[in-house]
Design a protein around this ligand. Structure first.
Ligand code: ATP
Length: 356
């Protein structure tokens, strides 16, 4: 439904987009994830027609949008910095987009739609209040509501939950997901929060330096990250990455010689590699797969689980285990760790993509 090909956009010397390709399918909830400055907002604006690309094409429903004005594109966009009418009521703010000649609905239909959106966003009780009296979180919900009331062929949402506190954000995430699955309106959703992307996205596109590095379902991104940066972007605590080389027998030896793993030759001997293991894929004690020996460095309680950092030679490796299993562990205690071979990721060090 949304297709970008080779889109580039520079602002002076800054290359915001650099040959970006993107495909968002009809009805899907697509999350565009990337760090600050990666080009997320510029991508949305390019789709909306608020920025004109220097090169490349933007298609909506198979039609090239070159020369098509933003209001003729049929997409509804919500910015991080939202503009509401502070002296008007929540209802009037929500009704405003439906008064434009383009989206005008019969009054009863408009009321119905506003009621439905207000209900979904938990602001039905605030419709008569003036926007000026609302908290930031409530305002953000009204701003989002203003986008969602419009009949649009796609929603473009730019960090719409960024001003909410953690609890409200989680609640709104669930609501947005529900809206997405009920309405089935194509949604392109920008975020720098990987938890949000994993929670919401039918598919996720990872953007870096104005290009899409990887597109996939959450499983694909999680289990087959394109490179170490993508692997590090998802999951807290972060994935452990151990530098080392491939041995003549096809195994792995860490740079300090302290860790040896029998990997089954997935890369040529002598290759510099990084082995990745997520903290929740490591277990304390001997188990099926590889067992490693180290000493406890530090433990930190994370609610019902505990993050244990273990020293393996010169490396520190983090694992997350149920609280009961870490009870009584003290710094410098010897420990064994186990990891299943299928949970290890291998990255080539100088060419950070996964070899296979
Ligand atoms: P953030 O998460 O911080 O909003 P982003 O991924 O949305 O970041 P963009 O806003 O798309 O990134 O910006 C990409 C790059 O282009 C940045 O370096 C930004 O400073 C620059 N840029 C964006 N818009 C303009 C503009 N109108 N004028 C000059 N530079 C701009």
């Amino acid at each position: 439904m949304i297709r970008l090909r080779g889109v580039s956009k520079a602002f002076g010397a800054v290359r915001a987009l650099d040959g970006l390709d993107l495909d968002v399918r009809e009805g899907e909830f697509f999350c565009l994830l990337g760090p600050s400055g990666a080009g997320k907002t510029t991508t949305l604006k390019t789709v909306a027609g608020l920025e004109v690309p220097d090169a490349g094409t933007v298609e909506l429903d198979g039609k090239d949008q070159r020369g098509v004005e933003p209001y003729d594109r049929g997409v509804a966009m919500c910015f991080e910095s939202y503009a509401l009418y502070p002296h008007k009521s929540v209802y009037d703010n929500l009704a405003f987009p439906l008064r434009s000649p383009r989206h005008r609905l019969p009054a009863s239909r408009a009321r119905e739609r506003i009621g439905e959106v207000a209900e979904l966003l938990g602001i039905a009780g605030l419709l008569d209040r003036s926007v000026g009296q609302l908290s930031n979180g409530q305002r953000q919900r009204v701003a989002l509501g203003r986008v969602l009331v419009r009949p649009a062929r796609a929603f473009l949402l730019d960090e719409p939950l960024s001003h909410l506190d953690a609890k409200l954000r989680q609640q709104m995430r669930a609501e947005l997901k529900a809206i997405g699955s009920v309405r089935r309106t194509t949604t392109l959703y920008v975020t720098h929060d990987s938890v949000e992307a994993l929670a919401l996205g039918d598919r996720i596109g990872v953007i870096r330096d104005g290009r899409i590095v990887q597109t996939g379902t959450r499983e694909e991104i999680w289990y087959r990250p394109h490179d170490t940066e993508v692997a590090r972007a998802f999951g807290r605590p972060r994935i452990n990455l151990l530098p080392g080389t491939v041995t003549p027998g096809g195994g792995f030896r860490s740079a300090d010689g302290a860790v040896e793993l029998d990997l089954g030759a997935r890369a040529a001997p002598g290759t510099d590699v990084l082995v990745g293991a997520r903290p929740r894929d490591l277990a304390l004690g001997e188990g099926p797969g590889h067992t490693l020996t180290g000493t406890v460095y530090v433990t930190e309680v994370l609610g019902r689980s505990v993050e244990v950092t273990v020293r393996l030679g010169a490396q520190h490796v983090a694992l997350v285990v149920p609280r009961g299993e870490a009870a009584g562990l003290r710094p410098d205690d010897p420990v064994r760790l186990s990891v299943r071979p299928e949970n290890l990721l291998l990255f080539e060090a100088d060419r950070p993509e996964r070899p296979g």
